[in-house]
Design a protein around this ligand. Sequence first.
Ligand SMILES: [Zn+2]
Length: 315
Amino acid sequence: MIGIIADPIYTLFAKPDPDIIKVEPVAASEEDIMLNHKKSYISMVKRSYSSGHTTNLDSDTVCSERSYEVALLASGGLIKLTEMAIKGEIDSGFAFVRPPGHHATSTAAMGFCLFNNIAIAAKKAMASFGVKKVLIVDFDVHHGNGTQASFYDDDTVLYFSTHQYPFYPGTGALTEIGRKNGEGFTVNCPLSGGKEDGHYIAIYKYILPPIIKSFKPNLILVSAGFDSHAMDPIGGMRLSSSCFGAIGGIIRDTAKNIGAPIVYTLEGGYDINAQKDSVAHIIDIMKGHTPPDIAPTEWPGLDKFIKAHRDNWPL
Ligand SMILES: [Zn+2]
């Protein structure tokens, strides 16, 4: 059984499907949000919302009169699916929520993100659902600076990201690997623009699986941003919709051996049709279909990543 929280990607789920249940989002409590955000920041978002008019929290993050309650539903929706997946009530889940979350830091809104849904869900899973180790995979075209910062000193949450670099928000260099206990538990694969399916598949085929097998997470959360699609007006990558299915397939097939459930949450994606098409490929993977067959491209950048991350992982 696959659980989903629905949003405008609704048309994919217009017909009843025995493999899919729609799960109504539940608002996260302020205590849940405080697992990852300072109380003063939460109060500031709440004040912007109760003022009744639109406030700019940063140059591209607007808070309208309903943003606070919707942001609580986004975080709460992902928490709900995570809990259901941990309890075995669903095999996997996809939270189609807005606003996205991976740029939000503990004290600031950034890049359309108010609360960091995936960081909150990871912390909630460890605080309340008995999870010891979480892997966060982030294939949004932008680096998830907020998520990385939340777990930079932490060896219980591994953050793995493929992203365009240099690009917004400026973080995600190969040398950013975590610090103190967290050293090695941040794995960045920064890519110059124009990369195609084969480049991504090489990274997801040769770098991620050995890390998953060695780290052995109890839960895998995915920041699913589709702005790395070729049709996306913001991102500069050239991925096809089926590439997302292939990436999902690699994660699914590697996770099978360690019994970790996988829950996706929506991040960016600004071509609505490309996003819908890409989501459809991931849903196919969640239903157990065979992943699209995309050949990996081996190029010097791949060797550079392998060499850099070999210090911490059996690559
Ligand atoms: Zn993005």
